[in-house]
Design a protein around this ligand. Structure first.
Ligand code: KG4
Ligand code: ZN
Length: 346
């Protein structure tokens, strides 16, 4: 089964052709550059940029896959959660293609895309497994009992992990998106230079990263008489590197510790990690090392499948279609980030 998948939930305009869920024939991503000068995503600009690029991205995805719409079995799109204006562009494009060429239309939850993204490269991976999604909008710890059968253990109570990276990068005046910038500077820093406390919150599986972001702010306010700094002053590079390394160390420690504790508590021997933050080298290293120590298999996708992409949506769509399940949200778009199970409990 060949699926043309379209993903426009945030600031990447993406289209992919995926065969039988895991074989990616093409995966085209256009990352909108316009937002970097604003230091964050501007929703109106995002939807306009999607509109400008969506047709060419879809055409290119078909061309790269050496196929045509007539040989596609279904058209999938991200229906929720995301920026409404951005989601709408993907929805109307998918709807138009499905209507004109008489194809099945299937809306898919973006979080399911991240959850199933490790399946693309790890061909033997199947539920049950424990999934951690760490992105700009989410920090979700979910037991994937089966395809479409989820138990949400914990989510973020405030800032998502990626959001914390972005906000700390902004405090340090680093380039947007913050995650890759923080990781770059952290490579030259000392992770033990500043001891930021780890927000473990062991009484719950929920996460909270706004405290550590505020701790970085307080540290800077203490260090400099006036913060934010005046135009003439800059943060020394050495200090920027140490703050990035110390912050990154604390966030990754927290994510790893809580995920492995949950795996142990629920007796799960497979952990998958997805979402933009999963492309962080240190996080990956810590997950793999701990997995080896505790005899738990760890699955993390390549960076191209961590950050937003349409291939993961094609993968998630395939399993909905395979089990004859309805579209997410009845093919309407929504910013609601609820993850609803669609498979009956056995
Ligand atoms: O999954 P994603 O592309 O979009 C959402 O669904 O949100 O994730 C984007 C987030 C951003 O917050 C970005 O700063 C973060 O992932 N990110 C990283 C890295 N690459 C992207 N965070 C830490 N280290 C990275 N290397
Ligand atoms: Zn995402």
């Amino acid at each position: 089964m060949k699926i043309l998948a379209i993903e426009t939930s945030c600031d990447e305009t993406a289209a992919a052709v995926v065969e039988n869920g895991r074989h990616v024939l093409s995966n085209i991503i256009y990352s909108q550059r316009i937002h970097s000068k604003f230091g964050g995503i501007v929703p109106e600009l995002a939807s306009r940029a999607h509109l400008e690029k969506i047709n060419i991205v879809v055409e290119y995805a078909l061309k790269k896959a050496r196929t045509s719409i007539s040989r596609i079995d279904a058209v999938a799109f991200t229906s929720s959660p995301g920026l409404i204006g951005s989601l709408l562009v993907g929805q109307i494009t998918a709807e138009a293609i499905a209507y004109i060429f008489n194809k099945r239309l299937i809306g898919v939850n973006h979080l399911e895309g991240h959850i199933f993204s490790p399946l693309i490269e790890h061909k033997k991976l199947k539920p049950p497994f424990l999934s951690l999604t760490v992105s700009g909008g989410h920090t979700d710890l979910v037991i994937v009992k089966d395809f479409g059968l989820y138990e949400i253990l914990g989510r973020t109570r405030d800032d998502a992990a990626g959001e914390a990276f972005d906000k700390v990068a902004k405090l340090l005046n680093l380039k947007y998106p913050g995650g890759p910038s923080v990781e770059k500077f952290a490579r030259k820093g000392n992770p033990e230079a500043i001891k930021f406390s780890r927000p473990y919150m062991f009484e719950t599986w929920d996460f909270s990263f706004s405290g550590i972001k505020t701790a970085v702010l307080y540290y800077l306010q203490k260090r400099f008489k006036q913060f934010p700094l005046s135009h003439k002053t800059t943060i020394p590079v050495r200090l920027t590197c140490d703050i990035c390394a110390s912050f990154q160390d604390a966030v990754t420690d927290t994510l790893v510790e809580k995920t492995f504790r949950a795996a142990k508590e629920y007796g799960i021997k497979k952990i998958s990690v997805g979402g933009g933050v999963a492309s962080n080298g240190l996080l990956k290293k810590k997950f793999y090392a701990r997995g080896l120590r505790e005899n738990i298999s760890v699955y993390v996708p390549s960076p191209a499948y961590c950050t937003d992409n349409a291939a993961m949506m094609g993968c998630a769509a395939y399993y909905r279609l395979k089990y004859g399940m309805p579209s997410d949200n009845n093919n309407a778009v929504s910013s609601d980030s609820t993850l609803v199970s669609w498979m009956d409990k056995k």
